[in-house]
Design a protein around this ligand. Structure first.
Ligand code: ZN
Length: 250
C-alpha cells in the first residue's frame, strides 16, 4: 500500500478536462502506464447490467419480461456488491416524472430503453453514453434498496484492490454525490479534484448532487493544453510533497 502516491477523484462538468488532467498528472509523476489504475464509478453498474442482460435473453416471449429484467438488475447488482438480495423497487417508487417534471424519469427512460433494445447490447465504458437509461436506473434503484453509499463502497473496495496491487496513482471518475466521496474515502486517502473550464460553470441539471461535493482542490482550466500541463506539473510536485493546494490556475 505504501507505494501509492495518491488517489484522486475528479468531479466537475463534462468536457472540463478531467481525463486530460489525470493523464498529465500521471505523466508528470513519471508513472508507467501499468501502475496507473482508473476506477470508473459506472464500472460496477455496467457489469451488473450486463449480467442481468445475459440472464434476460431467455425472456423474449415472456409477457412479464420487463418486470423480471428489473429484478435481475437488482439481483446481479446486489451479488456484485456482496449485499443481501432484495427485489427491485416498485415502478411507482422509481417514477419521478410527476414529482420532478423538469428532469428525466429513471423508470420511463429504462422502460423505453428495454422496449427498444431488449437489453441486447453489451455495455462498456465506450458505449455507456448511448445507454444511460439502465445505468441511471440501476444506480438509483440500488441506492433505494441498499442505501446511498452502496456504490461508493464498491468503488472504494476497487480502489483498495488497485492500491494493494501496487498502483502508484489511482484515479476515480464519475463521482456524483457527497455519499460517494465519503464511502470511497473510508478505503483510502482520497483527494477530490474539481475541474472547471473557463467561465463555464457547472450547469448540468441531471447532476444536482454533485454540487454538494466539497472538493479538496479546484482547478481552473483556461482551455489550453499548455496551461493544463503547467497545472499538472504543479499538482504532481505538491502530491509528492504530501498534499494539494486548494486552487490551481487562478
Ligand atoms: Zn416515469
Amino acid at each position: 500500500m505504501g507505494e501509492t502516491i495518491a488517489v484522486l477523484a475528479f468531479s466537475g462538468p463534462k468536457r472540463a478536462g478531467k481525463s486530460e488532467l489525470a493523464r498529465m498528472i500521471s505523466e508528470k509523476l513519471n508513472i508507467e502506464r501499468g501502475r496507473v489504475a482508473d476506477v470508473e464509478f459506472s464500472d460496477p453498474i455496467i457489469e451488473a447490467t450486463n449480467s442481468a442482460a445475459t440472464e434476460a435473453r431467455e425472456l423474449v416471449e415472456d409477457p412479464r419480461a420487463y418486470e423480471k429484467f428489473r429484478n435481475y438488475m437488482v439481483k446481479h447488482a446486489t451479488q456484485l456488491v456482496g449485499e443481501d438480495e432484495k427485489s427491485a423497487p416498485s415502478a411507482e417508487a422509481m417514477h419521478t416524472h410527476e414529482r420532478r417534471a423538469d428532469q428525466d424519469c429513471p423508470e420511463c427512460d429504462m422502460k423505453n430503453w428495454y422496449d427498444e433494445t431488449r437489453a441486447g447490447t453489451e455495455l462498456s465504458r465506450e458505449n455507456k453514453a448511448e445507454h444511460r437509461a439502465p445505468l441511471v436506473w440501476l444506480g438509483v434503484a440500488l441506492r433505494d434498496t441498499h442505501g446511498p453509499r452502496v456504490w461508493g463502497e464498491e468503488v472504494g473496495r476497487r480502489v483498495e484492490r488497485a492500491m494493494e496491487a501496487g498502483s502508484k496513482l489511482v484515479t476515480v471518475g464519475g463521482v456524483r454525490s457527497p455519499e460517494d466521496v465519503a464511502a470511497i474515502g473510508e478505503h483510502s486517502n482520497l483527494f477530490v479534484v474539481k475541474v472547471i473550464r473557463g467561465e463555464d460553470a457547472d450547469r448540468d441539471a441531471t447532476n444536482q448532487r454533485r454540487h454538494q461535493i466539497k472538493p479538496d482542490c479546484v482547478v481552473h482550466n483556461k482551455g489550453t493544453l499548455e496551461d493544463l500541463e503547467i497545472i499538472a506539473g504543479l499538482m504532481a510536485d505538491d502530491l509528492v510533497g504530501g498534499g494539494l493546494k486548494p486552487e490551481y490556475g487562478v
